[in-house]
Write a protein of this length. Structure first.
Length: 210
């Protein structure tokens, strides 16, 4: 579990093909001085397991399901530094919102530009994701916890304050790029429960009618 507060941005040093997977080697941030094998670390909002590390690098494996979600959009991971966050520790303050690291989809960037000291980022939702997003709700974009400024149709817009611009890779993304997206996990859970109950009620009614 993560908070969506990015700790560092670093470059991908190397990738190695594996059977239905891809090995990913990243530069290790100096601040990651407490990591150990098996740790969960979010890379651009994707929860990955630390397989090995030394003083300069960290190694992870992107599995089949993650590669399927990233698809051809993985090129944007290689084009820009990636956002990094270590998993939450109990007893610490949570400054963002609860982020699972289970990225839902890669979405199209439709606006990316400065507005005074702020930066406006707009992405195009898919219809199945819109129900989990609302004005002033929380979303994670490339692992960054953000508040929804507005939703018009399928266009979701957020505003990046100067500190977010400085600490993350979001301002590097241009119109036409694909960026990682995770909706609020609690809204997905509630929707799933309600859907299951509705389907159960329908099944029960059908059986009663017959």
């Amino acid at each position: 579990m993560f908070s969506g507060i990015i700790e560092a941005t670093e470059s991908i040093l190397k990738t190695r093909p594996r059977d239905q997977a891809l090995e990913l080697i990243l530069r290790r941030p100096l601040s990651f001085d407490d990591i150990k094998l098996g740790d969960s670390i979010a890379i651009n909002g994707v929860c990955l397991t630390l397989e090995s590390f030394d003083s300069h690098s960290m190694t992870f494996t992107l599995g089949f399901e993650t590669l399927k979600v990233l698809d051809t959009s993985f090129k944007f991971w290689l084009s820009y530094p990636v956002n990094l966050e270590r998993s939450l520790s109990f007893g610490s303050r949570v400054h963002g919102h609860f982020v699972t690291g289970h990225m839902e989809k890669m979405l199209l960037v439709t606006k990316s530009e400065a507005l005074g000291d702020n930066w406006i980022l707009r992405i195009e939702l898919t219809p199945d994701l819109k129900e989990f997003c609302w004005k002033k709700g929380s979303v994670a974009i490339n692992g960054v916890s953000l508040t929804v400024n507005s939703i018009e149709g399928l266009q979701l817009e957020v505003c990046l304050i100067p500190e977010t611009q400085k600490r993350t890779n979001l301002t590097k993304y241009k119109v036409g790029d694909q960026i990682g997206f995770e909706p609020d996990t609690f809204s997905k859970a509630i929707s799933h429960i309600l859907t299951q109950r509705a389907e159960a009620n329908i099944d029960s009614k059908i059986k009663t009618d017959f």
